[in-house]
Design a protein around this ligand. Structure first.
Ligand code: NAD
Length: 261
């Protein structure tokens, strides 16, 4: 299937590792120009250089996705260097795991900044460029928690629901401009983020990481943790020409973890 991504100008946020890194690698393999950002230059640079080594055109900049001015400036720079912005994949790390009575107001505000405001910053910056070309794709990366709250991830369960309201609203407002806005919701994917969750929860329960992982995936129809690349494939599809009549949707990529119809 030709995804029609060759020569597209693609921003992938928070992409030094994990799901977004895998997506950036796949966009580059499809012939797109990719612009990556992430907080930590020491991690971002080798990722960007590895992708550039494949022959792709790559831009990168260390920034925090919660910093509105930095996001605006990054998007402007990408548009100036690449000529336009066609695709924007919004992403960030996840908020810390907490039960409700452990939460603090400061952490609630950080979670809103990380998983909602960061998406707003990117959407505000990229949409005018997409409107000019009457074509655009925004794909958010959230979590299965938008359909089924995850025990002890109360920040994620709550804030990502807001991100879904945003995505649906944007899809309604900007569909007339040829812009689609969709969401990929991972279940469990083998990344640094998941490893740290498994490590912390297994220690808390006094069991091995293997035993904890077996419990974790017991509810998934496919009985395994996914790979970052399996989530990234869904992101590429939604960002492609092939998904031209899909907007305002959440695609769960969770191995059958979500139990609703
Ligand atoms: P990861 O921890 O492997 O990678 C996160 C990336 O985001 C890194 O490159 C990190 O440097 C960057 N980052 C984090 N905070 C940032 C910030 N403020 N500014 C700029 N860059 C920042 O994460 P992942 O597993 O690839 O997860 C991606 C998203 O999917 C996260 O929101 C995560 O909560 C969500 N998710 C992951 C899983 C999973 O099993 N891996 C499951 C459900 C949801």
């Amino acid at each position: 299937m030709d995804l029609g991504l060759k020569d597209r100008n693609v921003i992938v946020a928070a992409a030094s590792e994990g799901i977004a890194r895998s997506a950036a690698e796949k966009f580059a393999a499809e012939g797109a120009r990719v612009a990556l950002c992430s907080r930590d230059l020491a991690k971002l640079r080798p990722t960007a250089e590895a992708i550039a080594d494949t022959g792709a055109t790559v831009l990168f900049e260390a920034l925090d996705v919660t910093d509105e001015a930095a996001v605006q400036q990054f998007v402007a720079q990408v548009a100036a260097k690449f000529g336009s912005v066609d695709v924007c994949i919004t992403n960030a790390g996840g908020p810390p795991a907490r039960m409700f009575l452990e939460t603090t107001t400061a952490e609630w505000k950080s979670a809103v900044d990380l998983n909602l405001m960061s998406t707003i910053h990117f959407a505000r910056a990229v949409i005018p460029h997409m409107q000019r070309n009457r074509w655009g794709r925004i794909v958010t990366i959230t979590s299965v928690s938008v359909r089924q709250p995850v025990s002890d991830l109360i920040y994620s369960n709550t804030v990502r629901a807001g991100a879904l309201g945003l995505l649906k609203s944007l899809s309604n407002e900007f569909g007339k401009d040829g812009i689609t806005v969709n969401n990929v919701a991972p279940g469990y994917a083998a990344t640094a983020r998941l490893r740290s969750i498994i490590n912390r929860r297994a220690a808390k329960q006094g069991i091995s990481e293997e035993a904890f992982t077996t419990r974790l995936i017991a509810d998934a129809a496919l009985k395994r943790v996914g790979e970052a690349a399996e989530i990234a494939d869904a992101i590429l599809f939604l960002a492609s020409d092939r998904a031209s009549y899909i907007t305002g949707q959440t695609l769960l990529v969770d191995g059958g973890l979500y139990k609703g119809l």
